[in-house]
Structure formats: C-alpha cells, structure tokens
Design a protein around this ligand. Structure first.
Ligand SMILES: Cc1ncc(COP(=O)(O)O)c(C=O)c1O
Length: 357
C-alpha cells in the first residue's frame, strides 16, 4: 500500500503559469509582484499593510527589530510553540521569558501571565498554535496596564479567527509562515501584517538594511536582507486562489477524524473552537500511548508526527522549569495525516487502521 504522508499540499499549473509570466516579465527579485502579493494577502485579512519576508522566523525577527526590541529587554514567549519564536527573540539580544500555556489549550495562559511581567517586559508574543486563538482581549488589557507591546505569531493560524477578527490582525503586528506545511506556501516565506503606518515603514526599512534611498543605497538604521522575491510572490498569488477550497477541505478532514474518534478510547482531540472560526491546520490529537501508536501506524505505511517539544528543554533559555500545563501537550499530542490536499480516502484508511490498534 502507498505510504500516507503526515502532510499533503499541492501546487501545479496555476503556480507554473504565474512563475512563467514572472520570468518572461523579468520579475525575479523583489518588486511589483511582491507588492501585489503583499497587498492581496493583507487585504484578505482586512488590514492595510503586508510585508513579505524570507520565512516565518524572519518575519518574527523583523517585527521585533521594527519595534526596536533588543538587549536589556524581556519578551514573554509561550512554552508551547515552535522554537523559531524564541530564536527570533534571542537574535535581537533580548531575553526570552517562558510562560506556561492554558490547562486545556496549548496557547499562552493570559490569566496567569502577570507573574512573568517585570519592568523590563517590552513585548509578549501570542502564539496562536495550530489555529487556536490566544485570549487577545485580556492580553490587550494587560498590555495597557503594564505598557508592553503585543506581537502575534500566527505562523500556524492563517485565516483562523475569533469574534474580534483574523488572528494576526489583533495586535501591533502579526507574523505568518509560508513554509510547505502551512495553508499557503511559497516553499519558504513569511509575511508580517500591521495596521500601523509607522510600523509598516519600519518593517520595510528593516527588511532591506535600513535603506531609505535605493539609488544611492544610503541607509538610516540597522536592518538586514529579509527581502522576498517576485518569483515566490507569483507562486504565492496562485496559492491564495486555492484558499477557500483548502479551508473547506481541512475542516472536512478534521470532522471526519472527530466523528471516528468517538470509537477510540486511546485518542482524544486537542480542543479547538472550529465552530467559532478557528482553523485546525493540523489534525491534532492526544494519545497517552503516542510512541507505540506512531510506530504502529508507521508499520502500516502511515506517517504521523508527534508535536515538537516544549521550549523549556533548550539549555540556553533560562527558566524555573515549572510548566505543568505544557506537559500533556508535549508528551501526548500528535498530528494524524492531514493537509490541504490530503485525500479523504487516506483519512479513511488511517481511521480503518486505527481500529486495529
Ligand atoms: C508557531 C511557529 N512560529 C514560527 C515558525 C517559523 O516559520 P518558518 O518555518 O517559516 O520560519 C513556525 C514554523 O513552523 C511556527 O510553527
């Protein structure tokens, strides 16, 4: 039997046609096609500004640099995220302060965040893990009270939303990844969105070594080369066209698994509010016997993926090691085969195989 990969996406003729056009129009570096992609991306989220970057990691670093966060500052990061969030903070010279997630959802426990706030706290990064919203309303109140900035890492949450709007648009800046295992992909890539014209201006400067005059290459501030390319942007424009179908398909996959889960005592869903607009990018379930299940499915040619470890394992990030809520997510959660182009027949085969575990 064919191997079922844990993730399946797609690209084809529309992407090829756009790339061909970009090449024929001599548009390969960052230029008008990137601008078009940024505008379309931002508009689809209801915000005025988008700045494309080389990766989701770069987009977080750009956001931090644009907000002038650096040495001497503290940035609070949830213990449950991909390490990229913390590495971006460390790249600026700021200190990462890890905070635990909620007991029932792997997103920042805003209710108990105050203990982590000091007079050096410059920002909190709300990571909307696997489409799940951080409590942005309470976080905004805390930010106001203590005078810190809020940045959203929405790398796993494109088009996921709450009653307040799309995740990534509910704070000063929102960061997105366009890696392969994301809803919209350009192979590698990222995007920062903002409503603030001054932050937008800063992001554009940070992306290109602080260059204010591209003809003299004169710069006004610190920056780096985080520039995107029109080749990738043309690919991305074709990917955006696929979004409505993909969102529908991913919900269908998730519901398919949910319905089947009722029969499996060994698998329970990691909670996500799909009825309120949260998008399950990955089909994520708890399995107390995870290692055995991963091996069992692998023996049946079905690939799955345990979620990444918690950041507390990083020997170079100081913490008190007390993250009781993170433990279950790190130890038991896993992704079953999913993705915008995972055929439903594959999901059915996974479910049938699970019945024999
Ligand atoms: C939560 C989170 N933050 C940041 C990133 C970094 O994005 P990229 O891989 O595009 O650099 C990822 C990527 O998976 C992610 O999941």
């Amino acid at each position: 039997m064919d191997k079922i990969p844990w993730w399946r996406t797609s690209f084809g003729e529309p992407e090829l046609a756009n790339i061909r056009e970009a090449v024929l129009n001599e548009r390969i570096s960052q230029g008008s096609v990137t601008k078009q992609f940024e505008d379309q991306f931002a508009r689809s989220l209801g915000v005025p500004y988008g700045v494309a970057a080389t990766s989701g990691s770069a987009s977080i670093l750009m956001a931090l640099m644009a907000l002038r966060i650096g040495t001497g500052d503290e940035v609070i990061v949830p213990n449950r995220t991909w390490i990229a969030t913390a590495h971006a903070v460390l790249m600026t010279g700021a200190k990462v302060v890890l905070a635990d997630v909620c007991p029932d959802r792997p997103v920042l426990d805003v209710e108990n965040l105050e203990a982590k706030i000091t007079d050096r706290t410059r920002a909190v990064i709300a990571v909307h893990l696997n489409g799940r919203a951080t409590d942005m309303v309470s976080l905004a109140l805390l930010a106001e009270k203590h005078g810190f900035l809020v940045i959203e890492d929405a790398c796993q949450a494109l088009y996921s939303r709450t009653a307040e709007g799309y995740l990534g648009t509910l704070s000063t800046v929102g960061c997105f990844s366009l890696a392969v295992t994301k809803l919209v992909s350009t192979g590698q890539g990222g995007m920062v969105v903002t409503k603030d014209p001054q932050v937008y201006e800063q992001l554009a400067l940070v992306r290109n070594h602080g260059v204010t005059d591209i003809f003299t290459d004169s710069w006004s501030q610190m920056g780096f080369n985080f520039k995107f390319t029109d080749l990738l942007a043309s690919f991305g424009l074709a990917q955006l066209q696929r979004v409505p179908g993909r969102l529908k398909h991913m919900q269908t996959i998730y519901q398919h698994y949910l319905a089947a889960m009722r029969d499996f005592a060994f698998l329970t869903p990691v909670p996500i509010d799909v009825n309120d607009g949260e998008v399950p990018l990955y089909a994520e379930f708890f399995c107390p016997d995870r290692a055995r299940l991963v091996d069992f499915l692998a023996s049946k040619n079905i690939q799955t993926r345990p979620v990444p470890p918690s950041l507390e394992i990083s020997h170079y990030i100081e913490s008190d090691g007390h993250f009781p809520n993170s433990k279950r997510f790190a130890d038991q959660a896993m992704y079953l085969p999913c993705g915008p182009e995972q055929p439903l027949e594959n999901v059915d085969r996974v479910i049938e195989t699970l019945k024999t575990f």
